[in-house]
Design a binder for this molecule. Sequence first.
Ligand SMILES: *Cc1c(COP(=O)(O)O)cnc(C)c1O
Length: 426
Amino acid sequence: MTTLNDCRALDAADPLRPLRSHFALPDGVIYLDGNSLGVLPKAAAARVADVVAREWGTDLIRSWNTARWFDLPQRLGDQLAPLVGAGPGEVVCTDSTSINLYKVLSAALNMAREDSPGRTRIVSERSNFPTDLYIAEGLCKERGLELVLVEPEDIAAALTSDVAVLMLTHVNYRTGAMHDMEALTTAAHAQGILCVWDLAHSAGAVPVDLHGAGADFSIGCGYKYLNGGPGAPAFVWVHPRHADRFWQPLSGWWGHAAPFQFTPDYQPAPGITRYLCGTQPIISLSALQCGLDVFTAAQALGGMAALRQKSLALTDTFIDLVEARCAGHGLGLATPREHAQRGSQVCLTKDTGAYAIVQALIARNVIGDFRKGDGGTGRHKDILRFGFTPLYIGFEDVWNAVEHLREVLETGEWQRPEFNQNNAVT
Ligand SMILES: *Cc1c(COP(=O)(O)O)cnc(C)c1O
């Protein structure tokens, strides 16, 4: 059985431990919600202040050139690309995940249906993150197509010849379950179906190899594991074999081949640049850069492979400790035990009180979050969700988090009325 001393020894031997010093972790907080909003990189406050005071305040419009604001989305895309197995010039950081999904899903539908107009379906997973489903639903409504939602074990059977696009999130936000990207992409391609992969819970959390998997389109989030700050720009990747084939539907001037020619007609820029739309949020992009810089620093310590090894050790330790020390309180495990099927989070289920337990933990400065189930079909229960960001979480944090959980359960503290009032954001 793992002890507190074992956890301390694991921290002492952890080659990635120095990365924690890049983050402004508040004293006394055990932050297990980096899968929802990553922690502030220490460099970000000064960087943003400099962008505001000097680049904007003093240099003003000259900064588009002198501070290289203009190609910041592409430069950050190049910095991010190795984390997801993409090449240079293939990624831009821009807009939100929802908006980028709209762009790539539209492009994918255009391509699939130009080749074969009888393809009228998008297949996705019923428990995909709702915004992904809503964007797909909107596109289906606009174009008279059908969105088919299935459980993970039924995806392969749903890949029929009338499907245009398979749209999946690599790591499920509710359960932390990870799809086999390569196997599903291969199965989809065998039926002539294009694949859109959402990496919101994968980029910076698990190694991803978009080229290796043969993926077609991908998007992901900047404010989760990439620590880009609240509402940080997201990213978009399109395989080079597709990038020049279609306009994306938000054909704004930043995606134009020569925006400062001010021509009345649209000529898309070659490659991924056409996936930009309008003027970019430079202050937010600058903060995101500080998040990406930590991954660049992690490169020297083993990069994503080392981060993955630590992430699995953290989630294994958490699962073992919860099962050993919090037994008898009705907790279940929604996250797969198999490493190949697990992202970087652990989701516990509980029939009643999941929300209040999370609130009681937050009051103790152990910050995870609650995700609602589907109201008792048994398939999707209420979830207590804990994200483990290997950049800044240690094994002693895991031990302490489980001790707080044990105390909250054993004392019945979670039943107090203040923990049972619902907040707008869970
Ligand atoms: C977090 C998340 C999003 C967020 O979309 P926004 O446009 O940034 O609000 C989208 N998709 C998935 C799968 C997510 O986990």
